[in-house]
Design a protein around this ligand. Structure first.
Ligand code: UDP
Length: 240
């Protein structure tokens, strides 16, 4: 199978920053969301079941606000609300391309999204709807990476695909160390003990516990979201 990974159901994690045009003041760039949606649509047309978790860092991050004097829990709830805006943006672009979607929010918001109900989410996926999990886990002190790991386990996704700014996991920060070496694959244990900062340790351990592989790949390369979704061996894969 030409080295391709075989996925039937995936969970794609997009950071909030992925929706912003670099250097722009607009938190969300519709053309960028459109190009992401096009790639999701292409993979969806091949029969892949796709769940999404979108971050909120393009609007707000709980930790940074709390470092500057705001109460952490409140700042985190604001961050979760930011992920709802991003989720609606992605939903709207997908629906405009005739891809059926549902947004499920971990914080009840009946006018804009369904509540998160695991069995319904699974059903939507079976029926070919792209399910977008909004509002993180619904709990402060967690991240959307952890949300991705949690929801992937809940809907039995084959993999967590984490789209980021770097093309995989390195043994040190490639932005600071020109000799940094990229791994093709690495174990959860190594990723956690070596404190490789691509994902938080809660997310890694949750995936480890449930044996969900993680693929970390760069979304700066045009077309890479489609490649990752359809199992091309890009980025770094984290397994046991
Ligand atoms: N957040 C939270 N609980 C969750 C998920 C997210 O409190 O389960 C908050 C947290 O403040 C976080 C913000 O939402 O900083 C945005 O999410 P994240 O930083 O993970 O987004 P990303 O970096 O992926 O854009």
């Amino acid at each position: 199978n030409d080295g391709k990974r075989q996925f039937k159901r995936v969970l794609l994690k997009l950071s909030g920053e992925a929706l912003r045009e670099p250097g722009s003041h607009d938190n969300i760039s519709p053309p960028i969301v459109e190009s992401i949606a096009e790639q999701i649509k292409a993979a969806h047309q091949e029969g892949l079941e796709i769940a999404l978790v979108v971050g909120g860092g393009n609007f707000w991050r709980g930790v940074s606000a709390s470092n500057r004097g705001m109460e952490r829990a409140t700042a985190d709830y604001m961050g979760m609300l930011a992920t709802v805006m991003n989720s609606l943006a992605v939903q709207s672009m997908l629906e405009a391309m005739d891809v059926p979607t549902r947004v499920q929010s971990a914080i009840k918001m009946d006018n804009v999204a369904e509540p998160f109900i695991r069995r319904k989410a699974t059903r939507h996926l079976e029926l070919g709807r792209v399910v977008i999990f909004a509002a993180g886990t619904g709990n402060p002190f967690f991240s959307t990476d952890t949300t991705a790991a949690l929801r992937a386990s809940e809907v039995s996704a084959d993999v967590v695909l984490k789209a980021t700014k770097v093309d995989g996991i390195y043994d040190s920060d490639p932005n600071k160390n020109p000799d940094a070496v990229r791994y093709d694959k690495i174990t959860y244990m190594e990723a956690i003990t070596r404190r490789l900062q691509v994902m938080d340790s809660t997310a890694f351990s949750l995936c480890q516990e449930n044996n969900t592989p993680i693929v970390v790949f760069s979304m700066n390369e045009p077309g890479n979201i489609y490649r990752a979704l359809t199992g091309e061996p890009i980025g770094t894969i984290v397994t046991n």
